[in-house]
Design a protein around this ligand. Structure first.
Ligand code: ZN
Length: 132
C-alpha cells in the first residue's frame, strides 16, 4: 500500500518534531483510503498528553472534534503521526502496545526522516511513502 503525503505536510513534520523536543510531537492524518492507496489531505497537530517523555497520547477531544467535522465529508482520520526524538523512524515496542486501531497509517519522524507503517494486530507493516 502507498501513502501519498503532500509536500507541505512532509515539510512541516520535522519542524513540529523539533519544536516538541525533548518530548514527542503528534497529530492526526485526515484523508481518503482507496484501493491500495491512502491519500493524506489534511493534518491536525495535537497536544501530546502523555506523561512519559518517550511517549505520545493524542488529545481525544481533538480526535472527536475531527471525526465529527468529517462526518459525511468523504474523508476520515486515516492515520496518526508522531516523532521519535532519539530513536529510529520505526515503531517502538511502546507504539505496538499503544496501537489502538487496525488499518491506521502511522507516520513516524526521526532525525528529519519520515516513514509510514500500517498498524495491524499489535504489529506494523512498512508502507511506501510518496511525497507529492
Ligand atoms: Zn513511537
Amino acid at each position: 500500500m502507498i501513502v501519498l503525503l503532500p509536500e507541505a505536510f512532509a515539510a512541516v513534520l520535522p519542524r513540529l518534531a523539533h519544536a516538541a523536543l525533548p518530548g514527542e510531537a503528534c497529530g492526526l492524518l485526515v484523508g481518503r483510503a482507496d484501493q491500495g492507496c491512502v491519500r493524506v489531505t489534511g493534518f491536525a497537530p495535537s497536544r501530546n498528553l502523555a506523561c512519559a517523555p518517550d511517549a505520545f497520547e493524542i488529545d481525544a477531544a481533538l480526535q472527536l472534534a475531527l471525526q465529527r467535522r468529517l462526518r459525511n465529508q468523504g474523508e476520515r482520520v486515516v492515520g496518526v503521526w508522531h516523532s521519535h526524538p532519539t530513536g529510529a523512524a520505526r515503531p517502538s515496542a511502546r507504539d505496538a502496545e499503544g496501537a489502538w486501531q487496525d488499518d491506521l497509517v502511522w507516520l513516524i519522524t526521526a532525525a528529519g526522516k519520515t516513514t509510514a507503517w500500517l498498524a495491524r494486530g499489535r504489529g506494523f507493516a512498512p508502507l511506501r511513502l510518496v511525497v507529492a
